[in-house]
Design a protein around this ligand. Sequence first.
Ligand code: NAD
Length: 281
Amino acid sequence: MDQKQSSLSGKVAVITGGYGVLCQAMARALAEQGVKIAILGRNLEKAQAFASELRTMGTLAIGIKADVLNKEELELANVEINTKLGICDFLINGAGGNHPDRITTKSMMEEEDLGNNSLKTFFDLDVAGFKYIFDLNMLGTLLPTQVFAKEMIGRTDCSIVNISSVAAIKPLTKVASYGSAKAAISNFTEWLAVHFSQMGIRVNAIAPGFFLADQNSALLTNPDGSLTSRGEQIIQNTPMGRFGKPEDLNSTLLWLLDPKSAFVTGIIVPVDGGFTAYSGV
Ligand code: NAD
């Protein structure tokens, strides 16, 4: 579509964790629509390098250093965005993820596992690890929303898209902290949609299935690129028989952000190749 014909053209989008695998694809899709984009991330050089790639697509884009758990950095980012791009219309809370150290070794515990030091059981999960995942995903959605949604009050066609997970819909084995943090994001999405329903701000979430990315590659693939047994299990339980391609999320993102979706708020959309629909039998 011609950028000028797009109903999103000229809007300002803030994307946290913006140079991650899934957010890069979403940012490119927005750039194609003529959306002005602020890429936020912990590494300034990476954020700026990706923003400069987006500018070659003919849109305005800037890269800014902002950790989603650092409200002061987010406030400073907001000032810079207002000056260089304009006021934020769209917030995509993309920063998040899991950590390979913060999972149980086995899917289901057996009695003899207790006291086996070579295994990480539920009882060995440390609070710090749980907190790390919870803070990154949940507070890392809350804090940017507090900063950027304030700018949306009293305006029209503003929209927030959070990134939940299929792990929020049905817990995945081993990743207790990740699943519960994403479930919190889904719950928060619904809560905030209601809270902002009279404010002209729509709040929705995408629940991706399985996509190969930095934060999960150690769980899903071996160093030689072959699938781990968990990776294979996932493919077997995804009716479409493949991992998602980052671009698979784009049409849902564009639909959720589009002002024509004015009556759509408080939903969590799985984009998962049928994973959540499948019972495994
Ligand atoms: P990714 O690792 O490529 O991207 C995550 C990004 O978040 C990275 O750029 C990372 O640097 C950034 N980040 C981490 N901590 C941060 C912090 N404190 N402040 C700012 N940025 C921070 O992984 P991805 O798969 O593209 O993840 C994007 C989102 O999608 C995450 O919320 C993830 O949980 C979610 N998700 C991914 C999948 C999947 O299969 N890949 C499935 C469901 C949900």
